[in-house]
Design a protein around this ligand. Structure first.
Ligand code: ZN
Length: 86
């Protein structure tokens, strides 16, 4: 397996249901290739962070405040745009 193949198989490799032979092939390459090892490590951490983030539910009040803030911002922007040019 070379670097390109590792990149192509990466999402499958990071899947919990990865086939044993694929996992072993990628693991073998990662032990030999520092670049891929570093890259896969970074991606894996990002995936973990993303999954952790998804589990955090944004409180309803915060969401409502955010929507209100965005609506206010949008209203200001619309008013700016509706001002006719000199
Ligand atoms: Zn590599």
């Amino acid at each position: 397996m070379d670097c390109t193949e590792v990149m192509e198989q990466l999402s499958e490799y990071l899947d919990a249901d990865v086939r044993d032979e694929l996992r072993k092939a990628v693991d073998g390459h990662l032990r030999a290739c520092h670049d891929c090892s570093y890259y896969v490590d970074t991606v894996r951490k990002t995936v973990v962070l993303y999954q952790a983030d998804v589990r955090i539910e944004v409180p309803m009040k915060a969401t409502a405040r955010l929507h209100a803030a965005l609506a206010a911002e949008y209203a200001v922007e619309s008013r700016k745009r509706s001002v006719p040019p000199d």
